[in-house]
Design a protein around this ligand. Structure first.
Ligand SMILES: [Zn+2]
Ligand SMILES: [Zn+2]
Length: 112
């Protein structure tokens, strides 16, 4: 008797592009890593899939306000990647700002 039982290899149907990932690691869109933050998207870096995260904001691309740059002092976040010291600095600065904002929201009078 031959049975056509197959192991459930595709049980979850989860592919890399279905999991949140940094834009630089996107399996769908090639990333061009530049050492320094620049004002405009480099070589198609602005392309993102629904699960791409902004490395600088640590948030989904849809929540990043500087993805394509456009502001004088904000580099385009779509170029951000962990391999650049300057971007890692940007990321920790953004994190500190978020912490401060969250604290202010919880404790607007600064009593706590
Ligand atoms: Zn992606
Ligand atoms: Zn961002």
């Amino acid at each position: 008797m031959h049975s056509h039982w197959l192991p459930c290899l595709h049980r979850t149907g989860l592919l890399p592009e279905h999991l949140p990932h940094q834009r630089a690691l996107c399996p769908l869109h090639p990333f061009h890593a530049a050492e320094r933050p620049v004002a405009a998207p480099a070589d198609g870096n602005e392309a993102a899939c629904p699960n791409c995260y902004c490395f600088a904001c640590d948030a989904p691309v849809s929540e990043c306000r500087h993805w394509r740059g456009g502001e004088p002092k904000a580099p385009a976040h779509c170029n951000a990647h962990a391999g650049s010291a300057e971007w890692r600095t940007q990321r920790s600065n953004a994190k500190r700002q978020r912490t401060r904002a969250a604290r202010a929201a919880r404790d607007p009078l600064g009593l706590g």
